[in-house]
Design a protein around this ligand. Structure first.
Ligand SMILES: [Zn+2]
Ligand SMILES: [Zn+2]
Length: 661
């Protein structure tokens, strides 16, 4: 028999018969490894223990200690085990597909009656039985027609359709978990007992169309989560509970910040409270940008397709753009504006991004090297089409405003501008309550334009800039745009979730497409580089992150309603209004609550509204010109003199960038 040579991670090689399986390889090393083995990695490919190896290769035997393959297998095996459990309980249910997803898996079933929460409990119990049986996992390769006949005989039309959609005549792989069989590419674990029985949970059921096609059958999708151990499952479930408590959509209602409605999907109706957060944040960003050497501009919403063709967006980005057709021959008097004179109709798009418009501003008038770097900022209102299923509160929307800016500069200025931007961004994150963040550095992709020298130069500039400001980065090789590398900035919130917010991207391409130039010191025309950059990303999403991070209890300066002055007795009403007036004059957002309600009722209600400070005033406070101060979430109160109150709360209401040293 032919021999092959397998090389292990430690560099040692051993000879085996061709066709040896990783299970046999593990057995040849040690009994304990063969028991612990879950899969192998063969020349970088995830490999089932039962699959034969026919040629020389590098091999590593995986165990549960190898996190990535372990998680993939556990979740994937659980998908099969769940489908088996469902068919053991309800043999008439038809099975379809069940992929691994983030944190777990799902499986789609065709069953007339809906699965209830009790059903999920029963399925989970059955799954644990299957795991405890330690049933072997077995695999075979079948001819296509055999597989089709098998599923036809068993009344599994979805599986037949899946097989028919697989191109060519290639044989198909089958997997058995005990006696239960499924069509699957694999790999899988050795036996069901390798799945930790206490580290998974079925989460929910949702409707899902077969193949995502709304004209096909509506199936029931059961979601599960799974981890390598019980502790991680617990931590995950705790995080979900915390996330639900902090959900910005729920807090948005309780704090009366915004709403959304069917007539404008993915667009936010900001209420006075929410708009106060928005404008406070925007005013803050405007001051930061001005101090950071940016010039603010504003550019049109509705822009002719010709510009989008030149910028390349019409080709690459059209399906995300809102198209607006305008009949220019219209005299403004017709009854029906939807009737169009085709020859005179101009096709526009709502801008999905600001970049091409910023080049238009740059291109007005001759630029010299002395004008560079030129930093043009815009609170750019953009619209992008997102499928309705992808929308999520104010976090994922169709209409949003970026804290966008483009820096036009020379190649030599990239490093300094990058360093400057990292410090600018770090300062803002810190002032907004995020002490640490991570930078991901995405470098040249396989498909790219530009010379190797220029990629070397620009990547070097970014790396030097990160080092110059004393930061670290995580490398994401090959993830840059086809024209240049980029940095992405990731924030971690109070419950450990990570959000990508800032970005810094080097672009020599758009200035080329839109013919931006400057006159260099040598008197000749040169192309500037364009640096796309944002710190928050979009105001909508960032406010969602702030709300969830702080569980609605925003820092005082950002809180939309900062102080409620509440009367305990109606004789205090005049004094309440006096206190409100004094606070308002000092720049504090204060309001009166002189309703004829018990003070405890008022405190409860304003706590739900996340008002950070409640001042209660009764006879004694009127008499002594004080107020009883209670902070959100605290039990104890303190009596403070009016003058001190106004001074202290005014200081607290001052945005961080305006506080004196
Ligand atoms: Zn599978
Ligand atoms: Zn841009």
């Amino acid at each position: 028999m032919a021999q092959i040579s397998l090389t292990f991670p430690d560099g040692n090689a051993r000879e085996y018969d061709a066709g040896v399986t990783p299970a046999e390889v593990a057995e040849s090393i040690s009994r304990s490894l063969s028991k612990k083995a879950i899969s192998a990695t063969v020349d970088g490919r995830h490999w089932d223990l039962q699959w034969p190896i026919e040629a020389d290769a590098g091999i590593a035997i995986n165990t549960m200690a190898d996190r990535a393959p372990a998680l993939e297998l556990v979740r994937h095996d659980l998908a099969h085990i769940m489908a088996r459990a469902v068919q053991e309980i309800w043999p008439d249910v038809k099975v379809t597909i069940g992929p691994v997803i983030e944190n777990g898996w799902y499986y789609d079933f065709d069953r007339a009656e809906p699965f209830t929460p009790e059903d999920l409990g029963a399925i989970e119990k059955k799954m644990k039985e299957i795991i405890n049986k330690r049933d072997p996992v077995r695999t075979e390769v079948w001819e296509r027609d055999v597989a089709i006949k098998y599923y036809e005989d068993r009344g599994e039309p979805y599986k037949v359709e899946l097989i028919e959609a697989i191109p060519g005549d290639e044989p198909l792989r089958m997997y058995w978990h005990g006696d239960w069989q499924d069509l699957c590419r694999g790999p899988h674990l050795q036996h069901t007992g390798q799945v930790p029985a206490d580290a998974f949970k079925l989460m929910s059921v949702a409707g899902a169309y077969w193949r995502g096609d709304s004209s096909r059958a509506m199936l029931q999708r059961i979601y599960g989560v799974a981890f390598p151990n019980k502790e991680e499952l617990k931590a995950h479930l705790h995080m979900l509970e915390e996330a639900a408590k902090r959900d910005h959509r729920k807090l948005g209602r309780e704090m009366d910040l915004f709403h959304m409605q069917e007539e404008a999907p993915g667009q936010v109706f900001w209420h006075p409270n929410g708009w106060t957060i928005y404008t406070t944040l925007q005013d803050y960003m405007r001051r930061k940008q001005r101090a950071g050497g940016y010039k603010e501009i504003n550019t049109p919403q509705v822009v002719d397709r010709k510009l989008w063709e030149k910028s390349g967006h019409w080709d690459k980005y059209q399906h995300h753009m809102f198209i607006v057709e305008v009949d220019e021959s219209r005299d403004g008097e017709e009854d029906d504006a939807s009737v169009k004179n085709k020859a005179e109709t101009r096709i526009n798009a709502l801008k999905p991004m600001n970049c091409p418009c910023h080049v238009q501003v740059y291109n007005q008038g001759l630029k010299s090297y002395r004008d560079l770097p030129l930093r043009l900022a815009e609170f750019g209102s953009c619209n992008r089409f997102e499928p309705s299923g992808a929308l999520h509160g104010i976090m994922r929307v169709r209409g949003f405003t970026q804290d966008d800016a483009h820096i036009f500069c020379t190649e030599e200025q990239i490093q300094q501008e990058c360093a400057r931007f990292i410090e600018f961004t770090a300062d803002i994150y810190r002032e907004l309550g995020f002490e640490s963040f991570e930078i991901a550095f995405a470098t040249r992709p396989e498909k790219r334009v530009g010379t190797e020298e220029s990629w070397d130069y620009v990547e070097g500039a970014l790396e030097n800039a990160i080092k110059a400001v004393g930061r670290d980065y995580r490398l994401e090789p090959g993830d840059g745009a086809f024209y240049g590398p980029k940095l992405d900035f990731y924030l971690t919130d109070a419950i450990g979730r990570v959000w990508q917010c800032g970005t810094f991207q080097v672009d020599p391409n758009l200035p080329e497409r839109l013919d931006a130039t400057y006159i260099a010191a040598d008197g000749a025309k040169h192309r500037p580089f364009m640096l796309h950059r944002a710190t928050l990303g979009s105001f909508e999403r960032f406010i969602g992150i702030l709300i969830e991070n702080w569980e609605g209890k925003l820092p005082f300066w950002l809180a939309p309603r900062q102080v409620v002055v509440a009367s305990i007795i109606s004789e205090a009403d005049d004094y309440v209004h006096e206190v409100v007036a004094a606070l308002t004059a000092a720049g504090v957002r204060a309001e009166a609550d002189v309703r004829n309600e018990k003070i405890n009722y008022k405190v409860r209600e304003h706590s739900v509204g996340k008002v950070p400070v409640i001042l209660a005033v009764g006879a004694r406070e009127v008499e002594e010109r004080t107020a009883t101060l209670r902070r959100l979430g605290e039990k104890q109160t303190s009596v403070v003199a009016l003058d001190d109150l106004v001074r202290d709360l005014a200081a607290e209401a001052t945005p961080p960038d305006l506080r004196g040293a």
